[in-house]
Design a protein around this ligand. Structure first.
Ligand code: HEM
Length: 184
């Protein structure tokens, strides 16, 4: 039934999805390959949009991080009005980077679920990627915490800002490496 060219449109698709004889995953796969189980390839389009968002998140996450690596040394050397100016840059690029990372960890699990039906069957590269994602998250949270301590005048937070920022950046780069070995 799933292989027939005319599947009866979205209403028929929903009906078939509720029939015990149709495996929903098979139906979604059929839809992705050009069928019409859920309408005009809706899952396929959604997956492409999610992947696009994933890559945009990657660009914002890494871009924000690189900019922070440039602003950081200027921030700690700045005084007076320049300090406030640098702090504004720090906050702006920090938000860009965190938003990018947020997009990655929202779109990633959605793609994993919709495209692969979960992590089963993926190689250990996927789990290595998840470890680096977790380290990057810890680095970002620590960097923000250390940054707000610095903003309150605590200069002893500077080394932690540097270490956590670099750990987050390196972990994201390694997560990309693992992603390529997992999915390409
Ligand atoms: C630091 C966070 C992350 C980075 C830097 C990242 C990076 C990437 C990159 C570069 C790709 C493309 C790989 C390729 O096609 O060769 C990718 C794909 C993918 N990522 Fe992530 N990712 C992150 C977080 C996550 C998370 C948390 C999950 C899920 C739990 C996830 C799930 C996926 C999936 C399912 C794909 C394959 C998409 C497809 O083939 O259509 N990602 N990721």
């Amino acid at each position: 039934m799933l292989g027939s060219p005319n599947c009866g449109g979205p209403a028929g698709a929903r009906q078939r999805l509720h029939q015990a004889s149709v495996d929903p995953r098979e139906a979604l796969e059929h839809d992705r390959k050009g069928g019409s189980v859920l309408g005009a390839n809706i899952v396929d389009i959604l997956l492409k949009l999610l992947f696009w968002l994933h890559l945009m998140g990657l660009a914002a996450g890494l871009g924000g991080g690189i900019a922070l690596g440039f602003v950081g040394p200027k921030l700690i050397a700045a005084e007076g009005p320049m300090l406030e100016e640098m702090w504004r840059f720090e906050r702006f690029f920090g938000r860009v980077g965190s938003a990018g990372f947020g997009i990655l960890i929202i779109t990633g699990p959605l793609m994993l679920w919709l495209k692969f039906g979960g992590p089963d069957g993926l190689t250990w590269w996927f789990w290595a990627k998840m470890v680096f994602v977790a380290i990057a998250l810890a680095g970002i949270v620590t960097h923000q915490w250390a940054g707000s301590r610095f903003h309150r005048g605590d200069r002893s937070a500077i080394p932690l800002m540097f270490v956590s920022g670099r750990a987050a950046g390196a972990s994201m780069a390694l997560a990309v490496l693992c992603a390529v070995f997992t999915f390409s």
